[in-house]
Design a protein around this ligand. Structure first.
Ligand code: AHR
Length: 500
């Protein structure tokens, strides 16, 4: 029996809603076809956005959406995506399949999407191939409310009112697709570009995100902080509000990543173990950040995470389309538990990507749409958004098939919402064994415990033919006993319990 102890009166942090954020790039069928079909499409839409997709996304309370990339961001010239659609420039999407990008989804369409979702905007600017002027004018176009050339242009294009942008990324993966820069060069460029991201509303509203490391590149983190943070005057609060981190779970290696659906138990544990490596990354980058920023003013922004497999056979390899199984649900459950537990430093995270790309929450095919197991994890975890993280301990054992890829049997996180309800999310990483858990809540009477469970064979998935194979069901047989309670989790499962 594994033991969980929860101390609801010991609040250890606040779980920023943005930890449950998403990412949509001009890549494959994420934007085009997945989200945006255009006003004239036979697929039901509002101002070009798919009604079914918007409805599903609203159910998981998307707090923030990053756009337009990814690697695409550093080749994107925003002026190509404004004005009459028939006149918009067509370009080659060099990173993603070499297809024609007709720019029919641009700035106005993105803010319409955010409006429909009711989420905050996170725009990623182009530092790699753009100019300071281009980025600064984009900020003016989006946010300036008075009389200015860009505000007038926006008005001429149909939007008299300015929009609010909460987060601004200054380049993406500038150590790679965003210009192959070394950290010193990028950091100096960052200082220059960010200077011209004006806060026209004067409310400190734009949070600037500096491009952070690729996975375990600790030198990048240190160098960038050294150049940008240490040498900044206090009123510039280090020139940045966030430092990004990208880490993908790849079961094999980058050449042979492994199949999304054909895998064995060894691959299962390898995948989960590699997911758990995220904790080491958060802790080690966090430690470097602590040296510069002990008050934790800069957020670690994990704006790309998720599984990356070999793409679905028969699909365009540049489109990164992959299926999603219970293994992905576990990867999501583990990562989100980690982000919650490290919410003192992790202020935002964005799953890559929202629809039809990598670890998507939704898959579409023409007019069909299916919710993936990952979708349901976001649905089950949504009560954590904006809640208070509380102290908890879990005694659990190590499991696995190979010494190098052992994992804990269970992972978890616990929060208390504004109504005083306790939310426990817990994952059973075992491929074939159930786990019994005894939970104790200190200093609090337990009146009622309910739960929901997402479980299935490790390969279980939802398809267009069978869209409801994997869905949350009530968690049965929760036994209350003198202030403690017991429950059982089947193998390969994710659960959410509510304690009143
Ligand atoms: O999410 C796919 C790609 O992964 C992004 O464009 C890039 O930033 C990362 O390498």
């Amino acid at each position: 029996m594994d033991r969980l102890r929860i101390h609801p009166n010991k609040i250890t942090g606040k779980i920023n809603r943005e930890i449950y954020g998403h990412f949509s790039e001009h890549l494959g069928r994420c934007i085009y076809g997945g989200i945006y079909v255009g006003e004239d499409s036979p697929i039901e839409n509002v101002n070009g956005m798919r009604t079914d997709v918007i409805r599903a996304l609203k159910e998981i309370n998307v707090p923030v959406l990053r756009w337009p990339g990814g690697c695409f961001a550093d080749e994107y010239h925003w002026m190509d995506g404004i004005g009459p659609k028939e006149k918009r420039k067509k370009m080659i999407n060099t990173h993603w399949g070499g297809v024609v990008e007709d720019n029919s989804f641009g700035t106005h369409e993105y803010f319409e999407l955010c409006r429909q979702l009711g989420c905050s905007a996170y725009v990623n600017g182009n530092l790699g191939s753009g100019t300071v002027r281009e980025m600064s004018e984009w900020v003016e176009y989006i946010t300036f409310e008075g009389l200015s050339p860009m505000a007038q242009l926006r008005e001429a294009n149909g939007s008299g009112e300015a929009w609010n942008v909460k987060y601004w990324g200054v380049g993406n993966e500038n150590w790679g697709c965003g210009g192959n820069m070394n950290p010193e060069y990028y950091a100096n460029e960052y200082r220059r570009y960010q200077t011209y991201i004006r806060d026209y509303r004067n409310d400190g509203g734009i949070h600037k995100i500096c491009c952070g490391p690729n996975a375990d590149d600790y030198t990048w983190t240190r160098t960038v902080l050294d150049t940008c943070y240490r040498n900044a005057a206090p009123e510039h609060h280090g020139f940045m509000d966030g430092l990004s981190l990208h880490y993908y779970t790849v079961p094999g290696d980058w050449k042979e990543k492994g199949s999304a659906v054909w895998f064995n138990e060894q691959d299962w544990y390898r995948t989960l173990s590699k997911t758990l490596y995220m904790e080491e990354l958060i802790e080690r980058h966090g430690k470097i950040m602590d040296e510069y920023d002990p008050d934790k003013k800069i957020g670690l922004i994990i704006d790309e995470w998720g599984t990356w497999y070999d793409c679905e056979p028969g699909t365009n390899p540049g489109f990164l389309y992959q299926q999603n199984t219970m293994r992905d649900a576990l990867v999501a459950g583990i990562n989100l538990n980690l982000f919650n537990r490290h919410c003192d430093r992790v202020k935002m995270a964005n799953l890559a990507q929202m629809v039809n790309v990598l670890q998507a929450v939704l898959l579409t095919d023409g007019e069909q749409m299916v919710k993936t197991p990952t979708y349901y994890v976001f649905q089950m975890y949504k009560s954590h958004q904006g809640a208070s993280l509380v102290d908890s301990t879990l005694e659990t054992s190590g499991i696995g098939l190979e010494e190098a890829f052992m994992v804990p049997n269970l992972t978890h996180s616990v929060s208390v919402d504004t109504n005083g309800q306790i939310h426990i999310t817990i994952t059973n990483l075992s491929a074939d064994e159930s786990s019994e858990i005894e939970a104790e809540i200190t200093e609090r009477e337990v009146k009622e415990v309910t739960g929901e469970l997402l479980a299935g064979d490790i390969h279980a998935k939802n398809t267009f033919e069978e869209p409801s194979n994997v869905q949350p069901v009530p968690l049965q047989n929760i036994i209350l006993n003198n202030g403690t309670f017991q429950f059982k989790l089947p193998p390969s499962s994710v659960a959410h319990l509510v304690v009143k």
